[in-house]
Structure formats: C-alpha cells, structure tokens
Design a protein around this ligand. Structure first.
Ligand SMILES: Nc1ncnc2c1ncn2[C@@H]1O[C@H](COP(=O)(O)OP(=O)(O)OP(=O)(O)O)[C@@H](O)[C@H]1O
Length: 582
C-alpha cells in the first residue's frame, strides 16, 4: 500500500469495529447475516478507497473517498504497520507527527489507541517501536499526558488544582506552562505511568469511573538526542455526538457542544492544510492551538475515523467530517488538480457541521429542508454514485426513481454553450443527441466540444447533465435540451422544491452581466435549467455582502457570517450544491 505518497498533508483512514456480542441478535444466525453500514465500493492502487454507507432501514446510501480502509476483520496492528510505523523514524529526525482517533461515542477510538492485553493499540505499539529504535543510541524519551476538557487543558500525570495554560512564547509558539514531562526508559516504565494517567482521566470530571471519554486525551512523546527533538502526539479524541438524537442536557449538553465545536475546528485545520490554504485556523480551538507545532509544516498526521458498524447516522456524521477534512479542492495550476476527487463534501456538510458545533439544532432541521431534500426519510430512493471517468473522479448525488427508470429510453438533443465557471473562457459548444437509458447515461457521456475541449458528463437525470472538463473544471453555460415529448421534462427547480424556495424570487429576462450587485444579479437571472440556477446561487454565495446574503430565505445572520468566514479563508469557496433532486 503506497501510504507514504499522499496528496494530502493529513491522511484520513477509516476503521470499522466488529459487532459487539450485544449487537448480535441471539435469535438468528447474526454472525453471518448482520451487515455493517459501511463497505468498500472501490479501491485504487494508491490505497485510496471509495466507501459506501448504507442504511439498512431505508434505501439511503452515500459514498465518500478516503485514504484507506480497515474493515471489521482488520487488526489494530494492521493500522500500525501501514499507517503509523512510517511516522516513527521521522520523529527521530525532528519531524513531528500526530495520530488522532476520531469518531462517535462507542465507535472504538479508545480500543484503537489503547487496545487490550491481547490486542495492543496504537499507543503501546508506537511506544514499543520508539523504544526499539532508541536501543543503543543516545536518544531519550519523555512523555506528557493531558486532556482538553471544555476547552481547558489539564495534566493527567501530575494533577494540579489549576489548569495548564497554553501561552504563546516570544517566537509565537504555543507552550503548555506547567505541564509535567516524565522521563521513561522502557515500555514497562511507560505502561506504569500511562496507566495512572488513564485512571485519572476516567474519574477526572465526574468523580465516577466514567468510561466514555468526554475529553480529548493527548499523549505527547518527545524523542531527543540533545541536538534534534521530535514529537509524536497520540490522541484519543472525545466522541462526537449528534445532539438531535441524544437526550443530553445540562453539563452533558455543554460538553457535547464543546466537543463538537473543537472537532469541527480540527476538521477546519486539516481541511485548510490539505487544501494548502494560506491561512490555517489553528486558533479556533484550544486543541488545534496546542497541536499547532505538530500539524502542518513538515509535520505529518493521521486521522483514524472510527465507525460503529450498527449506526448509519453516526457513520454519516463521522465520515462526512473526515472526508471533508481530507478533501482537496481544485486549485488551478496546482499539482493535485488532475487527481482531485470531488467527494460528497460540500457547502451543506460545512454548514451542517458548523451549525452542529454551535448547537443549532433547529437551524440544522431547516437546512435539511433547504438544501437536502433527498436526505429526508420519505425519499423513495437516493443513490450516490462515485465513478472514475477518464482523468476525472466525481461523487455525485442523484435521486433515481428505481421503479421505471432502468429500461426507459428518452431521446434527447442537447446543445450546451460552455464557459469555465468563472465565465472567463469560452470552451465551445456541446451538441449531441442521445437516447441512452438512465442507467447508461449514468455511466457518463464523453465527447468533444465544437472547439475541441474534452468534456465528460458525470451525472444526469431526465433533463439535467453535469459536465466536467478533462482538467477538472466545471463548465457552466446555457443548456438547451429537447426531450422526447412523450416524457415531458420535469423542471425540479421550478416546482415547489425546497431549493427553489430558497432561491426565490427569480425574475426572468435579465442579463446577469448588466446587473450591478451580486444580489441583483442573482435575483434577475432566470433560466429554466437547474444548472444555471445553481451556478447563480454559488456565484451569489461567493460574492454577495452579508446584508445581501441575509435577504435570501434560509440565510440568517449566523449563516451569512459563516459564509463570509469561508470566503476569507479562500476565494470562491463554494463550488457545489450537490443535492440536485429531480
Ligand atoms: N476492534 C475491536 N474489537 C473488539 N471490540 C472492540 C473493537 N473496537 C471496539 N471494541 C469494543 O467496542 C466498545 C466501544 O469501544 P471504545 O470504548 O473503544 O469506544 P470509544 O469510541 O472510545 O467510545 P467513547 O467515545 O465512549 O470513549 C468497547 O466495548 C470495545 O471493547
């Protein structure tokens, strides 16, 4: 597995724990019939995987791309060998590294990091490897163990009444003032000190032996030979929780909100690093601030997203954030452009995670209705497809009416004037006639535009195609489509769908280029095709002022602020609205 060659700074891998005995139905032979909510759809030689999450109670399923996958039969030792052991020699050369276990409560984070007597976790395996490398050298090892709870930092090796303060030193580096560092000489030495810390973590905040981690626990290991000093952080993150589905209240609710907020901040940092953004938002949370010296720059990091195989909802929550962290968006001219996967991570996921981190459950429900009609349980069938087409990969959501689509053929003539999505370049015209069935169209249409550009249609519905150019850019333009009269085209955005409401009002016969402000442009532009509307909506999101944004139904002050925040981090950050439901 070529895990060292990664297009991202932070690798994001998935780990699915086995079913627990309590999750197996004793009345049936569940060992064979129980099906995990996640499976591999595709694996590239590089190790990159496309996974499918499937809800066993409905037809909902979604696909995501990640760097690697460790299924139920996989051992923690496999993750260590493939993903963590490669980081350890770097520590001896002064290259810091961080390994996180991320996931919902009960998804196997602690098991992955600590393991058991019979199956050691990543922490004991890493320590053992470090001590082996130290043998007969002048390297020494020091550890600290602390937790970040409610955005405050506490020492677990030398508990003090006061929290450990994270302060900037004169070079702008964050130092944990008063944090205890223990010198350790062997694995046995380490086990003894670490076990004491673990016990302290369990009783720290509740006084009870609460096994569920409500704090992020960070084991920091420094390896030094006097001249070089490298640090490895091994982190058991607190379990994320979907507050819509829990009965949390009081301190538990507060904990949960802080946990989600800091996990979202972590995801923002990883995403910014993987997208090579000029600004990395380390200061959004205590955790990311503390980890600044081991995330980014020459440092290397690994996120192990842990999944409970029983819970589709939790899995979606975890994997969407993990995939969002990993996602690399197109930068024109960047070396990763051709390889860029268009994973199903988009504005909606960002908004959702942000709202969740702020505990805005009502807003999330509104968002469900606003941008994501196919998420609702009543949707007959909602299928995500992930495909490789020529140099492009994309994962696009599509609603399929499974009852009669498969064999039906619709004759269509399509002509399409294409420009790059910043309108800067005329890419020619697509003219084609197709009577392919939905299923065949789904495999994608390829061809040349009138002035020689290669295009790929990577998704279609009875009247809507999404096109991509070979270099990964998304064209936009006016679609002019004639369908067989026996199957009149539906116009999804012109009915009462939630997206249409969000875009309302839209007036006809206006030249967008003559409009003065983004809002006027947006309101005036009329088109009977969905792509044009979506394009305008994205342009609006990418350019409008806060006041203009707030004039759109569904965008309140907080969401407008979030949009502006995203635009500060990168120009035109909103590139897709995935849920084009027909
Ligand atoms: N690979 C595995 N093999 C067997 N059992 C596992 C495995 N991974 C996890 N488990 C079991 O699943 C349960 C939940 O795991 P664990 O406590 O590690 O979850 P967690 O994500 O750390 O939860 P929390 O956020 O509440 O701390 C435990 O009983 C654990 O022993």
């Amino acid at each position: 597995m070529a895990n060292q060659i990664s297009s991202s700074n932070v690798r994001v891998v998935l780990r699915v724990r086995p079913f627990l005995p309590s999750e197996l139905n004793p009345l049936s032979d569940q060992k064979t019939s129980q099906i995990p909510c996640v499976s591999i759809l595709d694996q590239q030689p590089s190790g990159e995987v496309t996974v499918r999450l499937k809800d066993q109670f409905s037809s909902r399923n979604e696909c995501y791309k990640l760097d690697s996958f460790f299924g139920q039969e996989g051992r923690v030792g496999n993750i260590f060998e493939q993903e963590v052991s490669v980081l350890i020699p770097g520590i001896f050369q002064g290259i810091n590294a961080t390994v996180f276990a991320y996931g919902a409560t009960g998804s196997g984070k602690t098991y992955t990091m600590q393991g058991t007597e019979t199956e050691p976790g990543l922490i004991p395996l890493a320590m053992s490897a470090i001590f082996s490398m130290c043998e007969n050298t002048k390297y020494s090892v020091q550890i600290s163990y602390y937790e970040v709870y409610l955005d405050r930092c506490y020492d677990l090796l030398e508990p003090k009444a006061k929290e450990v303060m994270a302060l900037d030193d004169k070079d702008g580096k964050v130092q944990l003032r008063g944090l205890f560092w223990a010198s350790v000489k062997s694995v046995a030495d380490f086990s003894q000190i670490y076990t004491t810390g673990l016990q302290r973590r369990k009783v720290a905040h509740t006084g009870l032996n609460d096994v569920s981690g409500r704090s992020h626990a960070v084991l920091s290991v420094i390896v030094s030979d006097g001249s070089s000093k490298g640090k490895l952080n091994l982190i058991d993150l607190a379990g994320n929780e979907d507050n819509r589905r829990t009965q949390n209240e009081g301190i538990r609710m507060q904990e949960s909100a802080k946990i989600n907020e800091s996990l979202f901040a972590l995801s923002n940092v990883i995403s910014a690093l993987n997208n090579r953004r000029p600004y990395i938002p380390y200061r959004e949370s205590k955790l990311t601030r503390i980890l600044q010296d081991s995330l980014g720059g020459a440092s290397r990091a690994l996120m192990v997203a842990c999944l409970n195989p029983m819970s589709y909802q939790e899995a979606i929550h975890t994997v969407s954030l993990a995939a969002r962290s990993r996602q690399i968006t197109n930068h024109v001219g960047s070396a990763t452009k051709q390889e860029t996967p268009k994973t199903k991570v988009d504005m909606e996921a960002k908004l959702r995670a942000w709202l969740e981190s702020k505990g805005k459950t009502k807003s999330i429900q509104r968002l469900d209705g606003l941008l994501s009609p196919t998420r609702q349980a009543k949707t007959p069938s909602s299928v995500s497809s992930a495909k490789t087409q020529g140099p492009l990969r994309s994962s696009l959501k599509k609603k399929v009416d499974t009852a009669d689509r498969e064999g039906s053929r619709t004759k269509k003539k399509i002509s399409f004037d294409l420009r790059t999505d910043d309108f800067s370049k005329d890419m020619g015209k697509i003219e084609l006639e197709t009577n392919l069935s939905e299923r065949e169209e789904d495999r994608g249409l390829k061809g040349k535009t009138t002035n020689g550009n290669t295009f790929v249609s990577s998704n279609s519905s009875s009247q809507f195609f999404l096109y991509y150019f070979a270099d990964g850019t998304t064209p936009c333009g006016k679609e002019n489509l004639q369908s067989d009269p026996s199957s009149p085209p539906k116009s999804p955005l012109l009915d009462n769908s939630p997206i249409r409401k969000a875009l309302s009002p839209i007036s006809a016969n206006c030249d967008p280029d003559k409009s003065t402000t983004p809002l006027v442009k947006f309101n005036n532009q009329s088109s009977n095709v969905k792509e044009s509307l979506v394009r305008d909506y994205l342009m609006f999101l990418n350019t409008a002022s806060k006041e203009e944004l707030m004039q759109i139904k569904g965008i309140g002050e907080k969401r407008a602020e979030y949009i502006l925040e995203e635009r500060e981090n990168a120009p035109a950050p909103f590139k897709s609205v995935r849920h084009f439901s027909t």
